[in-house]
Design a protein around this ligand. Sequence first.
Ligand SMILES: Cc1ncc(C[n+]2csc(CCOP(=O)(O)OP(=O)(O)O)c2C)c(N)n1
Length: 528
Amino acid sequence: MKREASLALQACLERGVREFVVCAGARNAPLVLALARAGGVRLWNHFEERGAAFFALGRAMETGRPVGVVTTSGTAAAELLPAVIEAHYQGRPLVAITADRPREYRGSGAPQAIEQVGIFGKYVEGSDDPGATRGAQEAEPGELFSGWSGCRPWHMNVCLEEEAEVPELEVPEEDPGRAARKRPAVTELVDFLGGDAFRGVVVMLGGLEPKEREETLHFLKDLGAPVVADATSGLREALGSLALTDGDGLARAQPPGKILRLGDVPVGRFWRDLEELPEPRVLSITRTGFSGLARQSKVITGHVHDALRGMGGAPAIGDVLDYARRSAKRLGRLDELLERYPDSEPALVRLLSTFATVGESVFLGNSLPIREWNLCAQISVPIVEVRANRGANGIDGQLSTWLGATAGQEGAWGVFGDLTVLYDLAAPALLEKCEGKGRVLAVINNGGGRIFERIARLGALEESERALMANAHRTRFQPWAEMWGMEHVTISAREEFEVKPGRSPQVVEICPDRTQTEAFWREWREAQ
Ligand SMILES: Cc1ncc(C[n+]2csc(CCOP(=O)(O)OP(=O)(O)O)c2C)c(N)n1
């Protein structure tokens, strides 16, 4: 079975995997050591497989290349599932390499022998159990990864004997590079934008890859239609007056005839409202191919810039329903409320966004900070590199993904809810390998999952029920920060706000005033 280990890893190398996150155990030792001894691969290690897989996902996000995560057998392999699911919906090449006990153990219930083949179900594009179909002795690495697009997760399950030897690997000089995607046909887009423009077009701009941004910005400027821009588009600030303040609220109040969605599934409320609104026609251009809607809509699968370039310029449609005027009013109202309730959560998020302009990137962890950032963050200084895990919208693995996506980067800022941090407490073990000065980890500690208080149908709950829904708690993060050698500061009011990024990572624990936060949202709602 030495041959099986070398076959699996050699196949990974030949398909362009050059970065691996390894979680060592006795069973997978030959895989871990083979990678450690191979020159020309980048190796990370972590003890906790769930976080390791999310870290690997972050690496794939950052580099645009396939990344492997290597586990031992048993439940260690199962820990990869959440990140594999996230990678599936994000369209990222995460390669799960799981060591397994020899085939005869399957179904036996022997220690650390679980049913690993097919464990990731439809969340991987395919899988290999090298040696199962054709003896591993005869198979060649090129026979594995059959039918892989290079854009989605893959599972490589490797059976290893107790005494398996460490294989020697050869890192190919030739690098297959990034997976090329087909150029999408754009006739659908031309049809969509032609005709009945008088009924209004709104663009909903979700997360974009860096290379998609420039073309998209030019296109949107020419189109002149109002845009509901997610921060993860990287264009929220650059769009100037085209980007609507509270675009979700405006679109809900007066739905347009057409919605053009570009990039990832938008975070905003109006995207969900579309399920109940059959009227607007919806066309998505997205590299993931997911419509993001259960209702009828059209999808062009491909990179946004490729599709827009293929169109050769945008028709000047403009803002026929006059959203911009109403948007300006909402911005005025928003600014006024942020001033009136300076210690509310939205006001502290606004302030945080101003401080974050000194950084190089921002990672937005979970729904509420993302929505608050989209609504309230400053708009005068462009923050281009904004990322989030919005494939399956889980609150798990967020810190690990952030660390993976920003390893080695200076000035990496991340914003997370308190439960989201509590979910990934072991992630800072990875910090040691991440280097980079000026890292800031902002925890918005509102004592639980407060997103549920923003949901209308859950608004009128008893206090005890609200606490139950929120998983309310009184945990503070200073001891945790200390445990991992991070600086810590607590901020509960605007005048206390001070962030001084330094050599060690800094945890900024923001504890908003609950009464002010509730008053802010109540008055914001009443103003709609
Ligand atoms: C793995 C997972 N479990 C549960 C949920 C449901 N969920 C969505 S948001 C949320 C609360 C998040 O709380 P917190 O991180 O404190 O952020 P806040 O809402 O207060 O900003 C929960 C439990 C989820 N998205 N993912």
